[in-house]
Design a protein around this ligand. Sequence first.
Ligand SMILES: [Mn+2]
Length: 429
Amino acid sequence: MFKAVDKNKIFDSNKKYSENLNKDYDYFCQKVSKLNIDIKYIEEKISNLDLALPSWGLGTGGTRFGRFPGFGEPRNIFEKVEDCGVVNDLVGITSSISPHFPWDNVDDYKALKDHATNFGIKFDVVNSNSFQDQINQKYSYKFGSLTNSDKSIRQQAIELNLECIEKGKILGSKGLTVWIADGGNFPGQQNFSRSLSHYVDSMKKIYKSLPADWKILLEHKPYEPSFYSTVINDWGTSYVCAKELGEKAMCLVDLGHHLPNTNIEMIVSRLIDLKKLGGFHFNDSKYGDDDLDTGSINPYELFLIFNELVDAFHQKKISNISYMIDQSHNVTDPIESLIQSSNEIITAYVKSILVDQKILAELQKKNDIIGANLLLKEAFNTDVSGLIKKIRYENNNAIEPIYTYRELNYKKEKSKIRIQDKKNKPGIV
Ligand SMILES: [Mn+2]
């Protein structure tokens, strides 16, 4: 197997940053020694963390006002896989890619799978795009897809999802994520009840074709692109639909798909108890579905979400959760943003493991509010970078992945081969 990054280059780069490695690690060990947690336990826990990278997040995204492509960016799914290989070689916790169809359509899916294997990359859940019309598409999704009032259009959207499943089967995926843009911009435009019932009927047809070992993830979002009403507008609606569909249907929580100030960690807890938490789309936001880098605005929220997950893991309430990054990188090199986000996620996860859930439960029982708050803050404020860097070093990944990546001049090298289409394309790639 060949890897995206020459191992020797990582090795050489690591030499520069290894000086403080043991000091930082020792500091972490000292901090943790005061807690009732074995470091080996933490290492074992985080070794199972695997984050899927979004195929659409490897290129520079855009806004409705325009797009400013970066040099050397990938032009197709094969090149995106290669870039995922770079991220994973550096951080070691992102060994899969989540493709989006028809954006990532190819002629030969077996060849794509083999190509990915060469870079140590697997295929995570597949995504269907029924929020955009494609060239030569028979019917338009302008007024909705799976919930459209026109049966032929609903059928076309169903078939798109069935095709996604077939492609995913060849790629080795084990799930399908469905997010629809369906909704209305004006009161009276859409019958709320009828459109939801169309959604359930359409999803039932897709669900029937789901392989036995697959899951289907339902993604909710309160608004955008529809600004008055959205069919799958919140986690409750998503839950009811998942429940109606059956065991393989689960809810996906995209952090940006909530109104400002929503208590997302509580939604996570609710879905855990209802046995319907299936996965995440990690990102961050200030105002809406901003798709900013994970942890860039509110790392405490990310920590609190993981705190709920760790508690649920302890109690064996959850398994098979899909973790995916879903961001749009408009002004940064997507590779750097994805490295940074993966680091924020593992950091939040490690910190949440430091919370002693038993002590927290005792404090809650005694109504010691400040005590409980302190316990969370102490974990959150612990510098866990020493452990994370040490693990990366021991696994032949980069101690300082962003700096090592910059030393590689990867995009500069790629720009010689990846000749870009000069057309000024709007929006996301
Ligand atoms: Mn999403």
